[in-house]
Design a protein around this ligand. Structure first.
Ligand code: BGC
Length: 249
C-alpha cells in the first residue's frame, strides 16, 4: 500500500493530498477547505469528510496531522483550537467518523517526519529541530531519523505568556511588526532553543519561511547552527502525516 491520504488540520485550513509514501511525493493536487468556525469536533470531522470526498479514492488509509499534543491517540492540549478537543480520542473520532484506518500525530511532528525522510534533514546524523511558524509555533524533534513526539517549543514561557504569542506569524501580522522587530524576537527564541538543545540543524517551516532572506540578518545567531527553510513549504504536514501512517500499519 504505497498511496495514503495525508491530511493536515490547521487553524485556517484543512488540507489534504494523496501521497506516494515510497517517494514522499504528492500524487494529486493539495486540496484545502477552510477550517469551520468554531472548529469543534463535529464541525472539523464534517469538513474532513468533505475533503476526503474530493479524492476519487477507494483507499481506507489516512494519516492526519493535528495542532495539539497527541498522546496515545488523545488530544491533550488546545492552544489554537477549540477547548472541546481536550480529552477526545482523536484516532477513534476520525476512524469511526470517516470509516477509515486513521493514524494521528501532532502537525509539526508530521512536518518533521517529512523533512527528515525526504527533505532538509535527510540522512542527518544528530538532532534536527523543525519549527513551524504560523498561527502558532509548532516544533518537531528528530534524532538520527527517529521522531521524539510532542515537544511543544511554542509553549515555552516567554515574558508573560507562551513564546508563540510573541513570535508567531499571526502576532507579526496582528501587531504589524517590521521584519527587523519580529526577526529580532524570533532570533532571541532560536538562540534560547540552541542553548538548551544543541541541535545540528534547524529547519523553519510555515508560510513565513519563504521570506527568510528578509529577516535572516536580524536573528543574530550566537552559535554556528545551520538554519534552513523547509523543502516542502506547506505540503510537509500532509506528506508527513501519510508517512507516519505508513509506519503504523
Ligand atoms: C500548538 C501545537 C501546534 C502548533 C502549530 C500550537 O499552538 O500548541 O501543538 O503544533 O500550534 O499548529
Amino acid at each position: 500500500m504505497d498511496t495514503i491520504l495525508g491530511i493536515d488540520v490547521g487553524g485556517t485550513g484543512i488540507k489534504g493530498a494523496l501521497v506516494d509514501v515510497t517517494t514522499g511525493k504528492l500524487l494529486t493536487e493539495r486540496h484545502k477547505i477552510r477550517t469551520p468556525q468554531p472548529a469543534d469536533p463535529a464541525a472539523v470531522l464534517a469538513t474532513t469528510k468533505e475533503l476526503i470526498s474530493l479524492f476519487n479514492w477507494e483507499g481506507k488509509d489516512i494519516g492526519i496531522g493535528f495542532p495539539c499534543i497527541v498522546k496515545n491517540g488523545f488530544c491533550l492540549s488546545a492552544n489554537n483550537i477549540s477547548k472541546e478537543w481536550i480529552g477526545i480520542n482523536l484516532v477513534d473520532h476520525f476512524s469511526k467518523g470517516t470509516n477509515s484506518n486513521v493514524s494521528i500525530l501532532n502537525d509539526a511532528d508530521a512536518a518533521a517526519v517529512a523533512e527528515s525522510q525526504f527533505g532538509q534533514g535527510k540522512n542527518l546524523k544528530g538532532l534536527m529541530i523543525l519549527i513551524t511558524i504560523g498561527t502558532g509555533i509548532g516544533s518537531g524533534f528528530v534524532y538520527n531519523g527517529t521522531l521524539l513526539p510532542n515537544v511543544e517549543l511554542g509553549s515555552i514561557k516567554w515574558k508573560e505568556k507562551e513564546v508563540e504569542k510573541y513570535v508567531s506569524n499571526k502576532t507579526r501580522n496582528k501587531k504589524n511588526l517590521t521584519w527587523k522587530e519580529w526577526g529580532s524576537e524570533l532570533g532571541k527564541f532560536l538562540n534560547h532553543v540552541v542553548r538548551i538543545y544543541s541541535p545540528d540543524l534547524i529547519v523553519l517551516g510555515g508560510g513565513v519561511s519563504k521570506n527568510f532572506e528578509l529577516y535572516e540578518a536580524y536573528l543574530k545567531m550566537k552559535q554556528d547552527v545551520p538554519i534552513k527553510t523547509a523543502s516542502y513549504l506547506n505540503a510537509a504536514g500532509v506528506i508527513g502525516a501519510a508517512l507516519y501512517h505508513k509506519q503504523n500499519i
